[in-house]
Design a protein around this ligand. Sequence first.
Ligand code: KIV
Length: 265
Amino acid sequence: MKKKTILDILDMKKTGDKITMLTAYDFVMASIMDEAGTDLLLVGDTMGMVVHGNPTTLPVTLEDSIRHTQAVARGAKQSMVIGDLPFGTFQVSAEEAVRNSIKLVKIGNAEAIKLEGGSERCTAVQGILDAGIPVMGHLGLTPQSIHKFGGFKVQGRTEETAKLLIEESKKLEEAGIFSLVLEAIPWKVAKKITESISIPTIGIGAGPYCDGQVLVTYDMLGYFDFKAKFVKRYLNLKEQILKAIKEYNQEVREGKFPDISYSYD
Ligand code: KIV
């Protein structure tokens, strides 16, 4: 199967085919998602929470992002790989944003980058595009601004903040992003944004009217206990893993594993 590019993703907005995106952090999982035909693999900075165990995404470094993106890229035969710019790697200056995006592509093998924020990021977006790197935007509950929001809170609930989100989406589109993640905003606001711009929107907690959907893979697989309202669990992986590991522990302790059939002559 042919590798997906931004041209395929942009086309899907026109044809009305829904875009699927999932977060990926390692080679094995990326290979499975790729085999399942997922359009986009986002090496999200949620790695800081679900892989590294931090309470927020803020401690993630560029080196973390590069290392995980390399692993995911090795497993992605047809899915397009998006590297995520972590907190502190693009806010200080557009120049730094360009330099760090180049590292994510050159060393991490990302095929596009994602960065959080609105019109304050337009200069950085243009610089990254000038370096030949496609950019995915991210508006709404942008977790790198969690302290500004006072927690993980739904954004765009008032008329004023909803209007601002729509305006910011248009400015990011003008700056040249090829797609836009909308996180934790009312579905009516996400619908309005999706209808107002010509690039695809990809929702997470933003309702059914976006052009595509993304979930944190650990959430949708039920890998751990936390569950937000917008998460559908397609599997209860934690339960299955717990069962398997308890069985292994018991068999080892009882001397049942390994028997001779698992041993070399
Ligand atoms: O970092 C991430 O995983 C993300 C998704 C939740 C969209 O930004």
